[in-house]
Design a protein around this ligand. Structure first.
Ligand code: SF4
Ligand code: SF4
Length: 380
């Protein structure tokens, strides 16, 4: 009789055929559940941020396209201001300019928005873990839409075996290492010359043209990434994105972490099953992993009161035992985003100032601009 009751309360997905009975019983909730009464709004908030940021990027991209067309048509089409926010798509320029600023203490005059956006996202990662990836990044948002679609169509997502997953996760750090090394070896003068070269001036137009005139190879690569993202959760973010790798490493220093109270936890494992980063939330006490994106999905599904929360270190007792609710994460992200960008805009440091005649010469021929290499006249 007792066995029947035990079997009845074991979730179906844990009833593995052929698994020993003792193992099944050990996964069932054994402690008394003190149910959480507070409603969780974290996912509504997060999805609103994701959608808002995705729409903002589409809007910026559309303005930038019109700006490029203005020069391509020889000023025959309607003029729109160049939206500096597109420089968020130039993370390497952001890193170069950040180094330039650290070395010279001068805000760079070309692509400064790339630097301010990098500083914003680094600050968000330091305070709120890798929240940029799951709250703001348009690529992260599209990745999430894709794996959720995959979950609906295929009824599940797939996980690579550990022997493949772990080395593949290292790829993004290798890519990051390469970019960091490249920027590290550049002097401030070399960065200034690179940014002032034709390639540096219209790197954003080249990026747009890559997608506008995408070739067969590009289509195959993007198509493969889309298919893999449907099958495997956040394929690009998990294995390949060097920007996410940088933010993840920054997040390791964050005082904020997902923390589990073993006393309140009923060992139901719902949190681990919900975690898009496949972290063992149900067995760890503190989630220190660089892969945690502060998506709060684990907290949202946890049924037990005070078992799982985003919080400050245990020594912080105020307010509410250092617990940081979803609305505070959202408010913090918004405050950093609008605060840093607002400062850059009001101080006049946000916009790149290049005479229209130069853009008129360069933008229509953007595809011919070549990446300058060490030793090239542009870098001397
Ligand atoms: S541990 Fe929680 S907050 Fe971190 S990635 Fe997993 S589900 Fe999201
Ligand atoms: S922390 Fe995880 S395992 Fe524990 S009760 Fe919450 S969802 Fe279940």
């Amino acid at each position: 009789m007792a066995t029947q009751v035990e079997r009845a309360i074991i979730p179906q997905e844990l009833q593995l055929p052929g698994a020993p009975q003792a193992k099944l019983v050990s996964r069932q909730p054994r402690k008394k559940l003190v149910r959480r009464v507070e409603k969780d709004h974290s996912q509504t908030l997060r999805h609103s941020f994701q959608l808002g940021f995705l729409l903002m990027n589409i809007w910026l991209g559309s303005l930038f396209y019109l700006w490029v067309r203005y020069f391509e048509t020889g000023t025959q089409s309607a003029f729109v201001e160049r939206p500096a926010g597109v420089e968020g798509w130039l993370p390497i320029a952001g890193m170069m300019n950040f180094k330039y600023w650290l070395v010279t203490r001068h805000v760079p005059s070309l692509h400064p928005a790339a630097m301010f956006l990098l500083i914003t996202f680094l600050s968000i990662s330091f305070l709120f873990r890798k929240a940029f990836c799951s709250w703001l990044c348009p690529v992260g948002t599209i990745s999430e839409y894709l794996w959720r679609a995959g979950q609906k169509i295929l009824r599940r997502n797939f996980q690579l075996p550990c022997w493949l997953d772990i080395p593949l996760r290292g790829l993004k750090y290798l890519l990051l290492g390469f970019f960091v090394w490249a920027v590290y070896t550049m002097s401030a003068e070399a960065i200034e010359l690179f940014m002032g070269s034709p390639y540096g001036l219209i790197a954003d137009a080249k990026m747009l043209n890559f997608f506008r005139f995408i070739g067969q190879t590009g289509l195959i690569v993007i198509g493969s990434l889309v298919l893999l993202s449907i099958v495997i959760k956040n394929f690009w973010c998990r294995y390949l994105c060097p920007y996410g790798a940088l933010l993840g490493l920054t997040a390791l220093a964050s005082p904020l972490k997902i923390r589990r109270s073993a006393a309140a936890c009923i060992d139901c494992a719902k949190c681990a099953r919900a975690c898009p980063s496949n972290l063992a939330v149900d067995t760890l006490v503190t989630i220190k992993s660089a892969e945690c994106t502060a998506c709060l999905e684990c907290v949202a599904v946890c049924p037990a009161d005070s078992a799982l929360q985003m919080s400050l270190p245990e020594i912080v007792k105020f307010p509410r035992n250092g617990r940081v609710p979803a609305w505070a994460v959202a408010a913090g992200i918004a405050a950093l985003f609008f605060g840093i960008i607002g400062y850059a805009k009001t101080s006049g440091a946000w916009t790149t100032h290049v005479p229209a005649q130069i853009y008129q010469q360069l933008v229509p021929h953007a595809n011919q601009a070549r990446h300058p290499m060490p030793g090239d006249p542009e870098l001397r």
